[in-house]
Design a protein around this ligand. Structure first.
Ligand SMILES: NC(=O)c1ccc[n+]([C@@H]2O[C@H](COP(=O)([O-])OP(=O)(O)OC[C@H]3O[C@@H](n4cnc5c(N)ncnc54)[C@H](OP(=O)(O)O)[C@@H]3O)[C@@H](O)[C@H]2O)c1
Length: 208
């Protein structure tokens, strides 16, 4: 497959690049600085430039994301953090898919990296901006699965595990390489029969 991964400079995105290449796929990655396709996911002009630079792909992985309001509650969540979180984690995913649709054809796949924290079963009331954004990314993925079914494009939504990255922290349960291995297993199985799935990296169906 020829794949594009957003936010590939570090963390899960970097591990997904390495794992995909190790499996023999051609994997391109976007970054905000340094080597790679330059992409700030919230910038429509940058999205258009990236789409032109990338060309035809079989798989798009919307991985870039932020967690800005760790443990914040209803009284201490700032409007800036709420807006920025929704901009990157929801609008950024939508703009990425919209721009890259020209590069995907029938049989193409889109993977959205959401989180178990976006599940309505985990609405704990803390880290609310992140939870709301990941719930929206999950719902966006479900809508995209419906919208793109007639075009033969499959959409999967994934929880990568609690992963040891800058975001997940050093106490997290899963190494980035293990998360990437499990996620690639999911991507390789994604087709029309599994489109609209919400799965963990290790293949469990997660409640929406
Ligand atoms: N780690 C976990 O336990 C965990 C659990 C569930 C879900 N997730 C999800 O998995 C994905 C990757 O997480 P991670 O742990 O690898 O996070 P990370 O280590 O913080 O890396 C985040 C990546 O997203 C990129 N990014 C952030 N904002 C961006 C923007 N506006 N435009 C373009 N790229 C942007 C970053 O690029 P820069 O280097 O330029 O900042 C970086 O490559 C995220 O969507 C996250 O919500 C992670």
């Amino acid at each position: 497959m020829r794949a594009l991964i957003t936010g590939a400079g570090r963390g899960i995105g970097a591990a997904l690049m390495a794992e995909g290449r190790g499996r023999g796929h051609e994997v391109l990655g976007t970054v905000r600085s340094g080597d790679g396709i330059q992409l700030e996911v919230t910038d429509p002009a940058a999205q258009a430039r990236a789409a032109g630079a990338v060309g035809a792909i079989d798989l798009l992985v919307c991985n870039a994301g932020v967690l800005l309001d760790r443990d914040a509650g209803v009284r201490d969540l700032s409007v800036e953090d709420l807006r920025q979180t929704l901009d990157v984690n929801v609008t950024g995913v939508f703009l990425t898919v919209q721009a890259q649709l020209a590069n995907l054809s029938r049989g193409g796949r889109i993977a959205i990296i959401s989180s178990q924290m976006g599940s309505s079963t985990q609405a704990t009331g803390r880290t609310m901006a992140y939870r709301v954004s990941k719930a929206a990314a999950l719902n966006l993925g479900l809508n995209l699965a419906s919208a793109l079914r007639s075009e033969g494009i499959a959409v999967g939504i994934y929880h990568p595990g609690w992963v040891r990255t800058d975001m997940g922290g050093s106490a997290a349960a899963v190494g980035a390489e293990d998360a990437a291995r499990g996620l690639w297993d999911r991507f390789e199985r994604l087709d029309q029969s599994t489109s609209g799935c919400f799965e963990t990296f290790d293949g469990q169906t997660h409640p929406i």
